[in-house]
Design a protein around this ligand. Structure first.
Ligand SMILES: *Cc1c(COP(=O)(O)O)cnc(C)c1O
Length: 382
């Protein structure tokens, strides 16, 4: 079948050799220059300037959420989200995520308690949450891993029953919808990341999605050192502000993101068609009851495949195709966590097994069909 090749410049970049799991998606530079000229003319570089205000509004509209507060990155946003809700004591979270999820607890002096993941969604298993709740538990911090929605209804039921806050790490879930609503509208707060490697990037950036104006104002103060006006500081806030440069890029990226997600979807569908039915290869999260952003294409390399996961990873790497073992190691295996009782592998059997089997395949808008086909051929031909 004839397929159109992506943009020639991108294609040439790929031809230089290495294909990584992702490649940042950027708009044409010429489209960004007028924004830069405005910044140079206004001399407004940060502190909630015009691009920041416009981006905040347009992004909330795009996502279909009531309020959000832009941040310099997703990690500072996570730290601030916990601070804003005055979360203390212990929080329940998943070991199967990027390390920043649990780090945000430590930055607030909170003890993370790891609970195992569901074998189908690879998200926090709601059935295992209740037995981890103690009198110190104040919140649940789940992750929509790979942008695949958590069981938000079950998690909310538990939170309501035990009077816990829910903060979603939605760093992977930009634009993901479920039952016609943004996945980021669930829980007390949701945190997004616009890091270079994410589906939507502002080089670095992030946001907290808030349910009401009051919460947004508190968060706006916390990301600006705790200032509420020129002479009043109400909390030990941090500097989490997104600059005008990043906000301007975000405005421009918003115009291109639907096209980028559509292209990702085509890539995901080609992988799915080619890899479904390959013995020992399980494609993660193919449910169609949500609108995916196709940020990742995770597979599990199971026992009945010809190679183990690391051997397949090496085989692809030898052909300059760099898949990634997300998430291996588990957060609970890092030195600052592994001493916790909840971090023991016996407490986390599904996460432990998944971390040994998972491989995220290259997926990004500029991935050439020929390169994707090489990935497929190496997997199918093993
Ligand atoms: C990327 C990521 C973060 C951190 O976001 P930054 O913007 O890079 O600080 C947090 N959690 C998860 C799950 C992520 O993938």
């Amino acid at each position: 079948m004839q397929r159109p090749e992506p943009d020639v410049a991108y294609h040439r970049a790929n031809m230089l050799g290495k294909i990584h799991v992702t490649q940042p998606h950027l708009p044409p530079l010429a489209e960004f220059l007028p924004y830069l000229e405005q910044i140079w003319a206004s001399k407004t570089l940060t502190n909630g300037g015009p691009f920041h205000q416009q981006f905040e509004k347009e992004l909330a509209d795009y996502l279909g959420v009531p309020y959000l507060s832009l941040f310099t990155n997703g990690t500072i946003a996570l730290v601030t989200a916990l601070q804003a809700l005055r979360v203390t004591g212990e929080i329940i979270t998943t070991p199967y995520s990027f390390v920043a999820t649990a780090h945000s607890a430590l930055w607030n002096g909170i003890k993370p308690v790891f609970v195992d993941i569901d074998p189908h969604t690879l998200n926090l298993d709601p059935n295992k949450v209740e037995s981890a709740i103690t009198p110190q538990t104040t919140a649940i911090l789940p992750v929509h891993c790979y942008g695949h929605p958590c069981d938000v209804d079950a998690i909310q039921r538990i939170a309501d029953l035990y009077n816990l806050r829910v903060i979603y790490d939605a760093a992977h879930a930009f634009g993901v919808h479920r039952q016609g609503a943004s996945i980021a509208s669930h829980g007390d707060l949701s945190v997004l990341s616009f890091h270079a490697t994410k589906v939507f990037n502002t080089f670095e950036g992030g946001a907290i999605v808030c349910p009401d104006a009051k919460t947004k104002h508190r968060i706006d103060h916390l990301k600006n050192f705790g200032f509420v006006d020129e002479v009043t500081v109400v909390a030990p806030g941090i500097n989490g502000k997104l600059s005008e440069f990043n906000a301007a890029l975000g405005l421009l990226q918003l115009k291109h993101v639907d096209g980028a997600i559509a292209r990702r979807k085509e890539i995901a569908e080609l992988y799915l068609g080619a890899l479904t039915g390959v013995r020992g290869i399980h494609v993660v999260g193919t449910s169609s009851d949500f609108r995916n952003n196709h940020g990742y294409f995770p597979i599990l390399v199971q026992e009945d495949y010809a190679l183990n996961r690391d051997a397949l990873y090496e085989k692809l790497s030898a052909s300059n195709l760099f898949a990634r073992r997300y998430f291996h190691p588990l957060i609970s295996e890092f030195p600052m966590y592994r001493g916790l009782p909840s971090a023991q592998p016996a407490n986390l059997p599904v996460a432990t097994r998944t971390a040994r089997q998972v491989l995220c395949l290259p997926i990004f808008p500029a991935l050439a069909w020929a390169d994707q086909q090489r990935v497929i051929d190496l997997i199918v031909g093993a």
